[in-house]
Design a binder for this molecule. Structure first.
Ligand SMILES: Cc1cc2nc3c(=O)[nH]c(=O)nc-3n(C[C@H](O)[C@H](O)[C@H](O)COP(=O)(O)OP(=O)(O)OC[C@H]3O[C@@H](n4cnc5c(N)ncnc54)[C@H](O)[C@@H]3O)c2cc1C
Length: 416
């Protein structure tokens, strides 16, 4: 195993989301000097994924951090249910997954990112620069990407740039990486409501013809996602807040006791859903990971976990070369290769669900008389609930931390 030295090449990671923070922490833990740039002053971004899946929890377990992570306020979901046509149906179960934590930890994303930032700061070579916005890349005389340009005018020279700046990545545009847009038929209205006493438990969402509402349990309140047809937001707003509140109460009558809290459209944020991917994630000197390489649909709530798994794959593949001061470029394609199947299969699953379930549901005007047959089967036979539980909970082609330098760091980065 190569040992950390002061001659290690610097890695600059643009974006302090789940992908960027995880990649930064893992590389720094192994002894690679890493700088993570985050354009916001803090991680307090609401209306993002809050689901830490069993596959991600297993990675924390591997690092010996699981118990500490689970000390943070969170709720645990080991079975997902939907209310369809007034009937509670269980559709996915994580209970039998062969992992240390067979449940989804519902935890605000900022808590997860703060946790990773704390872990990063325990490592000698980790630098996190908040309020630092990248605007583009710097190239050397051979055309290799050799650094990051900042909004301040500063240029940060780097041996490797990791673009983890999310689904509107400026770095991937600057590097002219080819984007394939797969499209999504829906958008999401996000808002929060106090948790009515009568609602909760395992029910995660409720659907009727043309309407779909999801609850993310933040313990004392619900982060609510109302799924609507792409482009319909203006029409829903035009019909007025009273009409929108009625739709919500029609979907979940328990909301009547709290619905007055929704007093202004300013409380309702529109997020346009994207599904896309780069067909090539890298260029000499630069690698894209997470949403910057492939924006995931919210279906299955897998985005954070796929992003984290990209980070782990990248760290596994690159760490030894970076520690040895070797050229990382020949390895960048391997990172994409190792993740391509998992990402494209998950996107295919999301597309299938979008096209075959969400879009017909949103276009439907006939009342739903009973849950669809696969849902009825899953509800009836617990063993069948394990299949969606496995796909959602563990993802496809699960990644583990394999690099010795990360698993058993030397010197200051080894807390033992
Ligand atoms: C409506 C919606 C609901 C979702 N629900 C879920 C869910 O329930 N569960 C789930 O797992 N996933 C969910 N996702 C997806 C999930 O949020 C993303 O897939 C995941 O956050 C991707 O992580 P990332 O690190 O690649 O990108 P991001 O989380 O987008 O992080 C990118 C970071 O880069 C920073 N940044 C951007 N540009 C720059 C720049 N130029 N310079 C410096 N910093 C920059 C941003 O501020 C951000 O912090 C949802 C997404 C959406 C849109």
């Amino acid at each position: 195993m190569a040992q950390a030295t002061n001659n290690c090449p610097d890695v600059t990671i643009v974006g302090g989301g789940p992908a960027g923070m995880m990649a930064g922490v893992l590389l720094a833990r192994a002894g690679v000097p890493v700088t993570v740039l985050e354009k916001h002053a803090d991680f307090l971004r609401d209306f993002r994924g809050d689901t830490v899946h069993p596959s991600t929890l297993q990675l924390f377990h591997q690092l010996g951090w699981l118990e500490e992570l689970l000390e943070l306020p969170h709720s645990q979901v080991d079975e997902i249910g939907l209310k369809i046509a007034g009937r509670d149906c269980k559709i996915a179960s994580f209970r039998k997954l062969p992992v240390a934590a067979p449940f989804i930890a519902m935890m605000p994303q900022w808590d997860l990112l703060d946790f990773l930032a704390r872990k990063g700061r325990e490592c000698a070579g980790f630098t996190l620069r908040m309020s630092t916005q990248a605007t583009g890349v710097d190239t050397d005389a051979q055309g290799r990407i050799a650094g990051v340009r900042l909004a301040s005018g500063e240029v940060l020279p780097s041996r490797l740039v990791i673009a983890a700046d999310g689904r509107r990545s400026v770095l991937r545009d600057a590097a002219e990486l080819p984007l394939e847009v797969l499209g999504a038929p829906m958008d999401v209205f996000w808002f929060r409501l106090s948790k009515p006493a009568a609602l909760g438990g395992e029910t995660f969402g409720t659907m009727q013809a043309g309407k779909f509402l999801i609850f993310i349990d933040r313990r004392d309140y619900f982060q609510c996602a109302y799924i609507l047809r792409k482009g319909d937001a203006a029409a829903v707003r035009e019909r007025g807040l009273d009409a929108f509140r009625e739709i919500l109460c029609g979907l979940a009558p328990e909301l009547r006791e709290v619905i007055h809290e929704l007093a202004d459209w300013d409380q309702v944020k529109l997020l346009d859903v994207a599904l896309d991917r780069l067909t090539c994630w890298h260029k000499p000197g630069l690698l894209a990971i997470g949403d910057a390489a492939h924006a995931m649909s919210p279906i299955g709530g897998v985005g954070i976990n796929v992003a984290v798994q990209d980070a782990v794959a990248a760290a596994n593949i690159l760490v030894d070369a970076l520690l040895a001061g070797a050229d990382p470029d020949p390895l960048l394609g391997k990172v994409q290769q190792s993740r391509w199947r998992a990402v494209t299969r998950m996107q295919a699953f999301q597309r299938f669900a979008q096209d075959r379930v969400v879009e017909p549901l949103l276009n439907r005007t006939e009342p739903i008389k009973k849950p669809f047959w696969p849902v009825r089967l899953a509800n009836r036979f617990p063993v069948l609930r394990r299949i969606p539980g496995r796909v959602i909970g563990l993802g496809l082609d699960r990644v583990e931390i394999e690099a010795e330098a990360i698993l058993h760091p030397r010197g200051r980065n080894n807390p033992a």
